[in-house]
Design a protein around this ligand. Structure first.
Ligand code: HEC
Ligand code: HEC
Length: 341
């Protein structure tokens, strides 16, 4: 972030809190007015900028990063979290549905791990309440990493480097809870501020005129009813096929995974409900939807128009929205990537 912008954030924080500091009193009147207007604009928008990150625990991030990229967490040493959540694929995978150990094909497309700490719940069907609970799942899932936690803890304890690193950070050393904690701390740091955040924070020039137009289209046609807030999604469950029957038209057999939230709640009214996915970095995460059935963003936006809004979007509308969506592609912090191993 450039210097003037951080100053602006400080000023707006002061304006929001409503307190007066010496600095503000000394500022020329016009400048103070401009700041207030900008804050008002941000407050009215259905999309919100990523909040500032708190203090980072770098040691835990580095340990979590190592675990996330290490096949030691899988039963046969072939699969890591990053196998299905590739940082160079927007934190998701380039396959329709996941491939776990021994080439087993999973039932559903992997969502991105980037910015995932801001999801209101984890998984498409919301069956984990947070990242720590989520991280328990894939390790012991027979068709994902196919390990047992007992086995993983033993293997890690047998590794001198891991043993020393855990001992330095956790009183009780290597346990399941500490492994999932380190992984979650790393995931919490996978935050990707974009040009669109700068725009929301008041920099009118951070996005192009075409991207602004696309954002207006996105709002006008009704996408923000479901894709809103910090993640442009991630805040509610919604029915896939709210207005038109998506599954009937899809032409492939209904799977258990297609039932979505119903699998957790057993509430028939929640059949085909899914967590509305984040659209941050969506440019990078093809294929799309829980079933991985759409290869391009254009096609996916068209599907959304038809099945969620009952609208046949024109080519111009689709292209405009896609142009806007690309402004949500952010930048990972340098420490997110593994450089050794
Ligand atoms: C074999 C592929 C595979 C592996 C390995 C894997 N995941 Fe996933 N991950 C998925 C799939 C598929 C989903 C969606 C499953 C669902 O919603 O039912 C998912 C969901 C998630 C989510 C939820 C995101 C959201 O928006 O709800 C997070 C976070 C996550 N994985 C992190 C991890 C971590 C951490 C590891 C390693 C401990 C890991 N994954 C290993 C495929 C994988
Ligand atoms: C009624 C709520 C709702 C509305 C309105 C809506 N969406 Fe969605 N969107 C969802 C849900 C739910 C999913 C996940 C569906 C699935 O995977 O089967 C989704 C998925 C997506 C995806 C795929 C993301 C991924 O990672 O696979 C994109 C892109 C998307 N929506 C864009 C849009 C656009 C653009 C609009 C407006 C034209 C829109 N959505 C309107 C609820 C909605």
């Amino acid at each position: 972030m450039t210097q003037p912008k951080s100053v602006f954030i400080v000023l707006s924080a002061i304006a929001i809190a409503g307190c007066t500091s010496k600095k503000e009193e000394e500022a020329p009147v016009e400048e103070a007015v401009v700041v207030e207007e900008k804050v008002a604009v941000v407050a009215e928008e259905p999309l919100k900028p990523l909040p500032e990150m708190g203090k980072l625990n770098m040691e835990k991030i580095v340990l979590g990063r190592k675990l996330f990229h290490d096949t030691i967490l899988s039963g046969d040493g072939t699969v890591a979290c990053s196998t299905c959540h590739a940082l160079d694929h927007g934190g998701a995978e380039p396959r329709k549905t996941s491939t776990g150990i021994r080439g087993q094909i999973g039932p559903i497309n992997s969502p991105t791990v980037l910015n995932s700490s801001h999801n209101f719940v984890q998984f498409w069907d919301g069956r984990a309440k947070d990242l720590r609970e989520q991280a328990e799942g894939p390790v012991a899932n027979p068709i994902e990493m196919g390990a047992t936690w007992e086995g993983v803890v033993k293997r890690l304890q047998g590794n001198d480097k891991y043993a020393a690193e855990f001992a330095a950070l956790y009183k009780d050393g290597i346990t399941k809870d500490n492994v999932t904690d380190a992984v979650a701390v790393y995931e919490e740091a996978l935050i990707t501020p974009s040009r669109f955040d700068e725009y929301l924070l008041g920099d009118q020039n951070a996005i192009t005129a075409a991207e602004k137009k696309g954002y207006e289209t996105f709002k006008d046609v009704g996408c923000t009813a479901c894709h809103n807030g910090v993640l442009v999604g991630g805040g509610m469950f919604q029915k896939m096929g709210l207005v038109n029957d998506y599954f009937k038209d899809r032409g492939t057999e209904l799977t258990e995974a297609d039932l979505g939230r119903f699998n957790v709640s057993k509430n028939p009214a929640e059949k085909h409900f899914f967590k509305v996915p984040t659209l941050r970095n969506v440019e990078l995460t093809s294929p799309y939807l829980h079933d991985g059935s759409r290869a391009t963003l254009e096609e996916t936006v068209r599907v959304m128009g038809k099945y969620q809004l009952g609208r046949d979007l024109t080519n111009a509308e689709v292209n405009s929205i896609v142009t806007f969506l690309k402004s949500l592609t952010g930048k990972l912090p340098d420490y997110a990537r593994v450089t050794v191993r």
